[in-house]
Design a protein around this ligand. Sequence first.
Ligand SMILES: *Cc1c(COP(=O)(O)O)cnc(C)c1O
Length: 397
Amino acid sequence: MRNAIVSDLCKSLLRPEVTALPPYDPGADPTAVKAESGVSKVTKLSNNENPLGISPLAMAALAEEICDCGKYPDPAANSLRRALAARLDVPKDRIIIGNGSENILELLCQAFLSPGDRVVTQTPRFGLHEIFPMMMGAYVDKVRPRHDFSFDASAWERALSSPTKMIMLCNPSNPLGAALTKDEFRFVMNSAARDVFLVIDEAYFEFAKGSLSFPDALEELRAQSRAWMVLRTFSKAYGLAGLRVGYGVASHSSVVDALDRVRTPYNVNHLAQRAAIAALEDEQHLRRTIDLIDAERHYLNCRLREAGFVVAPSLANFLFVDTGRPSDLVTRELLKDGVIVKGWREIGFESFVRVTIGERGDNDMFLEALARATARIPQLSWEHDKTAAVEFIGEKV
Ligand SMILES: *Cc1c(COP(=O)(O)O)cnc(C)c1O
């Protein structure tokens, strides 16, 4: 009773934008899964972490820097920004460091979005590309790929024909894994009015950049005088997810100045800053990571297709798989075998799971558990599939 009153009171005090926010789904906790399932090994393939973990050079840097943790970190992250500026050939004052690149997404929304603003992103979508704009009272329109996951130019053209404040483009897409080609990327850029703020989230850049048709957004946007920001992270290919560090490169230093006003001054801790510099220099670890992901993605993709699953094409360190069954049932069955993946809930994608590429043992564990799970759960009926397909096409028109 008392709780109910408190929660009513809280509701009446809350901003309506916050009441409407969907919760972020971080996925199951491995320790709890292990305790509940009783299996000897749990594999977490839900968060796109690097199976090789942290770079050895970064680990050595951490050991050295730990004694400096009694002091506040550099609020401007000067050394890391200098290292990135040299690496990327952009002035340091156009680079911002975040407590994960998610932090920069949040700052962009706080600094640039007002209630009623319109943001365009993709569907299926990365949760925070919708949650952060909604938090500011903006509304989010989502562009679907075609049924075969390919780029839908007319859907983009249509979406961008209405007034738009910001585009959040995830390339390669999380959760699809698929990337826009250079031509498709240019098509979206050219379809956007000059006053649209472009946010290109390249969290999986390092995995995709070896592909010839992949557009390096920094190269593509360098000569454009409009407002843009390209986001990258040390959480995925560099293996520093637990330290929380990512960066953004902006079209103008004034974008960084704006974000500096809204960010908490010591947003990136000392260890994260130092480890990121070391990770940037550890090209061997990055190479090993990319080679492992390339080989294992190919393996997992082939095995899944052989087993009859539809898999979206991927340049990233995960695959988006249509299980043909309700994803919440599939993920629950997988947990019993100690396998954690992310089940999708967005309309039109409720039978998909996103699985991170692991080492061979993890991937085999997933394949075996998936075979068992799908044998136990009846396939969605043809009627259901048909309705889903009609809705899917219907939404595009
Ligand atoms: C993982 C991810 C990020 C950022 O992660 P951080 O750990 O906050 O740097 C950002 N965007 C997408 C699409 C991601 O998948």
